[in-house]
Ligand binder design. Structure first.
Ligand code: DHB
Ligand code: FE
Length: 309
């Protein structure tokens, strides 16, 4: 079928009515976006000759996606989160606010309100016998000066690649902590080396990825929010080097500057420094913040998050 109807008066008027452009009430921004969105969907149907069967399978796909609670998982898989990062990077560049540790996606698995401690935190509850990980780092400003009292909010997966709260078998706030940097801007944590994450194999996201010939895996990674008044809020992650998926992340979060070596430390004296009596793996991640007086850039942007009021 090669029928063309998009330019007809009938379709033009239909789209205007669909978006409420002939009504005085409602929200103008929503009208503008829905008008454009529905126009572009109609256009896809015309250009690609989408059949009714294809159209209805897409509609019921969205139903299932919602039922499974996977919309915020599909978005990064389709590059949306990374695309928003690309835009924010470009906006920073334009505003003269580029530099510092690069941002990367938040992902859908943050939980607000993790326990807060000063300088150091033990993150794991001791129930999983993983490789002990010591994370150390310093937060500095653009000039290399230490940033004391910054809040480093860290979260990561367990040995199964699962996150506490979303995995109810884990204890409350397991592998989630907020650490306030000390006078030298330093923070440290003891935890376990996380496994990579895989999309639920029977879920909606994986079903679409299968049709695209793609996998749904992420490398072993550790999420960070870093904030302090007077500095741009930083949302980022580190990806551990050497993972099969370090440079093949289904959510497109890897950035070269964020790939960090996990270094095995066999030295007993070094272990003792952390109260450990066995070898461990050390991960160092130093963070550079960029100062700004713009209040809206100093906190994370709003989105729905678990336990966030
Ligand atoms: C996604 C991000 C994560 O950090 C994660 O652990 C799982 C999924 C995501 O972007 O979909
Ligand atoms: Fe994650």
């Amino acid at each position: 079928m090669t029928v063309k109807t998009m330019e007809t008066q009938q379709v033009v008027e239909l789209l205007e009515k669909v978006a409420g452009l002939n009504q005085t009430g409602g929200n103008d921004r929503v009208k503008t976006i829905i008008h454009r969105l529905m126009h572009d969907i109609f256009q896809i149907v015309e250009d690609l000759d989408v059949t009714p069967e294809e159209f209805w399978s897409a509609v019921y796909y969205i139903n299932d996606l919602g039922k499974n609670g996977e919309a915020a998982l599909l978005a990064p898989g389709l590059g949306m989160d990374h695309y928003l990062d690309i835009r924010m990077d470009a906006a920073d560049e334009q505003a003269g606010l580029a530099g510092g540790t690069p941002r990367t996606i938040e992902g859908p698995l943050y939980v607000a309100g993790a326990p807060l401690s000063e300088g150091f935190a033990r993150m794991d509850d001791g129930t999983q016998d993983g490789e002990t990980m010591i994370i150390i780092g310093q937060v500095t400003d653009q000039h290399g000066q230490p940033v004391a009292d910054a809040i480093v909010d860290i979260w990561h997966a367990d040995l199964k690649g699962a996150y506490s709260y979303f995995d109810p078998s884990q204890s409350e706030y397991n592998l989630r902590r907020r650490i306030k940097t000390d006078a030298e801007g330093r923070y440290a944590a003891q935890s376990i080396i996380p496994s990579g994450y895989g999309c639920p194999p029977e879920g909606s996201t994986q079903a679409l990825l299968n049709l695209l010939g793609r996998h749904g895996n992420r490398p072993a990674h550790i999420h960070y929010f870093v904030s302090k008044a007077g500095y741009k809020h930083l949302t980022t992650q580190i990806n551990l080097a050497g993972d099969e998926y370090t440079y093949d992340d289904f959510a497109f979060a890897t950035r070269e500057e964020l790939v960090v070596d996990a270094v095995r430390v066999e030295d007993a004296a070094a272990a003792e420094q952390y109260g450990l009596n066995k070898p461990f793996t050390q991960v160092e991640f130093n963070i550079q913040l960029v100062s700004t007086d713009k209040a809206d850039l100093q906190s994370r942007h709003e989105r729905q998050r678990a336990l966030e009021s």
